[in-house]
Design a protein around this ligand. Structure first.
Ligand code: DHB
Length: 310
């Protein structure tokens, strides 16, 4: 066991790093690159019942401080990812599947089929897609979120995780956590999805930079690190029976360390992976090891949740 190895939901991970769903995970080529990378695990693109082409391009743009996207859930349909999950070599690294049905009924169909396939893949149920025109995020509608979790956890009784959007108010942390705590099989919480519906403007062209939704899209990268850390720590404190996966603003080993301090068990990489490619995992692992060594930590489990307050 190396310094970076850890266990999560009964699976062993060589290190805490993985992609954020949406990045490098649309098809077998992308996922193959993650498989051979130095990530500890990886996750498939959020899937729907049927394949989708997604929103018109350009629909992703990098900026000096991060990225903006409004992809619109392009994906190959859940059957494609389920077939890959059937063929996956779980002894090499664990695999997550992201599920993002356009309705409760669609999620139930997908979750039943995934259940019946009886695979070691871990489901992350996406409650926070901000980019499908006319479909508000479930996790910003607490009654809808509660109803979704009640129905899904009744059908799918194995442990699952939920991908959450950022919240910005203590009352919302309290309410969201109270709902999640009603569902013991919600075993992990991934914080955060992009900060939704932001607007990047290019001064020279006096224009938006992505085509869908008049330029509105979810932002990631440097813009979101403090919001991500706050959400990780807020849910870590409020949901002691659950694990937290950190996601947001990670581009150095130091950022991974900060997510671990805030309470993350695993850490996802989005914008920085998109910009740097899967070679980023070797760099982040090396930077994290150097930081753990300098601080005298023997493993990452010692770091988790150790954040000090003043
Ligand atoms: C998309 C974006 C998201 O943030 C998400 O959670 C799911 C899908 C997208 O636009 O494809």
């Amino acid at each position: 066991m190396s310094k970076l190895s850890t266990t999560f939901l009964g699976h062993t991970f060589a290190n805490p790093l993985m992609n954020a769903s949406g990045v490098y995970c649309m098809d077998a080529t992308d996922l193959g690159a993650l498989h051979t990378s130095d990530s500890g695990s990886y996750i498939t693109k959020s899937c729907t019942l049927e394949a989708r082409a997604g929103n018109p391009e350009p629909r992703y743009r990098a900026t000096p401080l991060g990225s903006i996207n409004s992809m619109g859930l392009p994906n190959k349909g859940y059957g494609y990812y389920l077939d890959l999950a059937r063929a996956h070599d779980y002894s090499h690294k664990p695999l997550f599947m992201s599920v993002a049905g356009l309705s409760l009924a669609d999620n139930l169909v997908m979750m039943r089929t995934i259940r019946d396939a009886n695979l070691p893949a871990i489901v992350e149920l996406n409650l926070s897609c901000p980019n499908v025109p006319g479909k508000p995020q479930i996790a910003y509608d607490f009654a809808a979120m509660d109803a979704m979790l009640a129905a899904v956890t009744k059908e799918y009784t194995r442990p699952i995780g939920v991908k959450m959007p950022p919240y910005f108010d203590i009352a919302h942390f309290d309410e969201a956590a109270a709902i999640l705590n009603r569902y013991p099989t919600v075993a992990f919480i991934t914080c955060i999805n992009s900060i939704g519906n932001a607007l990047v403007i290019d001064t020279e062209s006096e224009s938006v930079v992505i085509k869908p939704k008049d330029g509105f899209g979810g932002i990631g990268g440097d813009y979101v690190l403090p919001t991500a850390l706050a959400n990780v720590n807020a849910f870590y404190r409020r949901c002691p029976e659950k694990r937290v996966i950190g996601c947001g603003g990670v581009k150095t080993g130091e950022h991974v360390f900060q997510h671990l301090l805030a309470g993350a068990s695993l850490v996802q990489v989005g914008t920085a992976l998109q910009e740097e490619g899967p070679g980023i995992f070797a760099r982040l692992n090396a930077e994290l090891i150097a930081l753990l060594d300098r601080k005298g930590y023997k493993n990452i489990d010692e770091v988790r949740g150790r954040l000090k307050t003043l």
